[in-house]
Each structure stands twice: as C-alpha cells, then as structure tokens.
Write a protein that binds this ligand. Sequence first.
Ligand code: SAM
Length: 215
Amino acid sequence: MTTPWDAIFASMQWGRYPSEMVVREVMGFLPRLRIDQLEALDLGCGAGAHAALLAENGFQVVAVDSSAEALKQADATCFTRSVQVMVQLVRADYIAAWQHLHGKRYNVVLDWLSLTHAPPSKVVEVAKRTVEDHLAAPGRYILGVFGTQTDPAALEGRPPVVRWSDLDLADLGQSLSIAALGRGGSTTTRYHLEEQIYTRTGRRVQIWCLVIEND
Ligand SMILES: C[S@@+](CC[C@H](N)C(=O)[O-])C[C@H]1O[C@@H](n2cnc3c(N)ncnc32)[C@H](O)[C@@H]1O
C-alpha cells in the first residue's frame, strides 16, 4: 500500500539533516546513559537523518515508517554513514498498528514532525501509548510538532498538518506526564519553541519540542 509520503519522497530528497533541537536533546541525554542503555525508537523516521545520528552515537535503533520510499532513502542514509548494522528499518503504520514494536522499551523515543500530521485526539492517544509502552527509565521521549505561527504556505505539498498552540502543548505535556508517572519513578516534562525561516522561500516555521523524561 502506498502512502501520500511515497510521492513526496520519490520526488525529492527530504529531511537529509537532523534537527538542531533533536541533536541537542539526544546529545544532552547521552552522558546519563550507560552503554547497555543505548536503545532508540524513531517513529516516522523519514529519510533516516535522526536514526543515523543516534546510531553514530552508539544507539541500536528501530526506525519505523509506513512509506516504502522514505525507507529506501533511510536505508541509503544508513549505508552512506556506515551504520546499517545499528539500524533496523521497519515498514509499519505506527498509528494504526502497534504490534510490530513488541512492547520493548527504549531510552530515547523520537517522533519528529510525523505525529503532527494526525488529528490532536490521535496525537494524545498515540503519544500516551508510546510513553506508557515504550519509554524506558532512564528515558527521553522527544516529540516535534508544528506551532500555530507556522505559515501554512510553508507546509504546502505535505499531508494536512495540525498546528499547536502553547496551551495545546501544555495540555498534551500534562497528559503525557500522567501517563509516564503511572509507571512509577519520577518524570519531568518541558517544552520549548523554535522558529525557523525557510531560507529558500522566506516562510516562517515554528516547531515545538516536547520532552518527557523518566528517571
Ligand atoms: C515530515 S516527515 C519527518 C521525517 C523524519 N522524522 C524527520 O524528521 O526527518 C514525516 C514522516 O512520518 C511518516 N509517517 C507519517 N505517519 C506515519 C504513520 N502513521 N506510521 C509510520 N510513519 C508515518 C511519513 O512517512 C514520513 O516519512
């Protein structure tokens, strides 16, 4: 089955570079992990820039995407960066079907600009399930979604996007922190916003980074 992302990935090189926010969140967490705690899950991995970054820093990575074209690019990215052996690419729809992930827990769980394409109620449901079922302790869940000030024209060509306000984010953060606390231990929640101006088009893009951390 093809997805709207197949046409996008077939027509352009998309997401070749990791986001600075993801780099900061992963690299800032790394010193807190032992060598046997380097397990990562990348949901909606696209062309694999973040999966490769994680693998280059010692993580065993399970990278999930429903688009065959995206996974083709992710495979090429991992090959070029010599990390194929560290990255398991899984073709699956992680919103519709969850059984592929076998209830395993990961120290870093990343969902960068993938779930932001789902309606808010789905985002809450899937993000809660991800934190409850897949976030290890110590573990960091890193979610990237678009903010309300994002120029809709900057998102042209993508499947529909929901843009999130600070209040939406606060609510989402609270639901996720309750989900994480349900497992015991202690949890911190934070979120921050970054704005980028796409240099090619001059259009404004806002991205929220929400982090849920288990100790
Ligand atoms: C904007 S791209 C982001 C890719 C990557 N996370 C990055 O930051 O470069 C969104 C990706 O999420 C994937 N995706 C969207 N919904 C998905 C779903 N339900 N299951 C699996 N992958 C999904 C798409 O195929 C696409 O590769």
